[in-house]
Design a protein around this ligand. Structure first.
Ligand code: PA5
Length: 375
């Protein structure tokens, strides 16, 4: 169970209203997902994962933003031992990165999981073309298509249409769940299962949190709102476990895209200690006081735990508000709880700031500029 190390008074009436709004929202499907998981879908995911493990040394996971950060965060943190290796592609437009990923796969047997809700995002589309070509060259069209799994919209988009036409394995990003809230759907679960992560335990953690995390999530959201409304415009997520660096990235996307709207929101930043004490430690201790620190307190070894205590004391003395979030276990269950806790607190917090947690109108601006340049 997630515990928080601070007290704050919540407006229970407003929180209850917000929870109702979230549950009713057309993009609020993640809210009840752990309570109503589609077991048939779970079986299909496990079967596909087994097939991929049996025939491939590598699964190339192609996607960007919410279509990739969540599962990468968990795979990097949990370092599963028994699964198939995952190579990531399509999360930038760098030719160098794409060529590197193609080289890493090399002559190995591989399959592809291309993940894009819209089915039109440029970064994954380009990487998919390159890997699909490699797959066809290696196995011929028929076998290549049987090694491609598309996770996309139920009915629309270029990727959906291609997947239907070529009979790729297909998984659905539910209509009512947006990218950054989708890690507990097939978006995250298929690559996680292939990598050897215990997805049953992950969902168990999320479903426990759906029952127990409402109060701590509401308190954390309320405290964020109080700080954010009182001159603290930056939140620094601090972890003392280097393997969770990508979990920080997932958090930054979740909060950044959910809250950064209408000239509002809190800028999400992150550090890994003690590494970053030797780079950003000076600023944290003594720099401009417009930030607060949210320590994600994973169970850790004795020495590292002492560093957590020392940093907490030093930063409080240095005038930084420090919020503690205590993680119950460093395993699938603990991360399942954490994911649901942060999704819920993020949605509540965005609502307190008066913005829609589930859209991302700002992401379109660079896409429009790029489309103009590419004409
Ligand atoms: O959270 C979001 O909605 C975004 O980060 C998307 O996941 C990201 O832009 C990728 O979009 P798509 O899955 O449509 O390719």
């Amino acid at each position: 169970m997630i515990k928080i190390g601070f007290e704050t008074e919540i407006d229970t009436v407003r929180v209850a209203e917000i929870l109702k709004e979230i549950a009713r929202d057309k993009m609020g499907g993640w809210f009840n997902l752990p309570r109503r998981y589609d077991m048939g879908e779970l079986v299909r995911i496990k079967e596909a994962a087994q097939k991929i493990q049996d025939e491939s040394e590598v699964l190339v996971c192609i996607g960007i933003g919410g279509s990739y950060l969540g599962h990468r965060a968990l795979i990097e943190a949990l370092r599963p031992k028994s699964g198939t290796r995952i190579v990531y592609a399509g999360n930038s437009l760098s030719r160098r990165e794409l060529e590197h990923a193609l080289k890493v796969v090399g002559d190995r047997d591989f399959s592809i999981n291309v993940i894009s809700k819209s089915g039109t995002t440029l970064e994954p589309a380009i990487a998919f073309r390159a890997f699909r070509k490699k797959l066809i060259e290696k196995y011929g069209e028929e076998e290549a298509y049987s090694r491609i799994y598309a996770t996309t919209d139920r009915k629309h988009g270029a990727l959906h249409d291609e997947a239907v036409a070529c009979k790729y394995g297909r998984f659905v990003v539910p209509d009512n769940i947006g990218g950054r809230y989708s890690v507990l759907t097939a978006v995250g679960l298929l690559p996680l299962a292939v990598a050897g992560v215990d997805i049953d335990k992950l969902l168990e953690g999320a479903s426990d949190a759906a029952e127990t995390a409402v109060e701590p999530a509401a308190k954390y959201a309320t405290r964020r709102f109080e700080l954010g409304s009182n001159g603290y415009d930056t939140e620094v997520f601090a972890s003392f476990e280097p393997a969770t660096a990508y979990f920080n990235e997932w958090l930054k996307q979740l909060y950044g895209e959910s809250e950064g709207k209408a000239q509002s929101g809190v800028f999400p930043a992150s550090v890994i200690y003690s590494t970053d004490l030797h780079s950003l430690g000076q600023f944290m201790q003594d720099g401009r006081r417009n930030l607060w620190e949210t320590i994600i307190d994973y169970p850790t070894d004795e020495l590292n735990a002492k560093v957590v205590t020392a940093v907490r004391r030093a930063h409080i003395a240095g005038g930084i508000p420090v919020l503690d979030i205590e993680v119950s276990s460093f395993d699938e269950k603990g991360f399942g709880e954490l994911i649901y806790f942060f999704e819920l607190s993020c949605a509540i917090s965005a609502k307190l700031f008066g913005v829609n947690p589930f859209d991302q109108p700002g992401v379109e601006a660079y896409k429009d500029e790029l489309a103009r340049l590419m004409e």
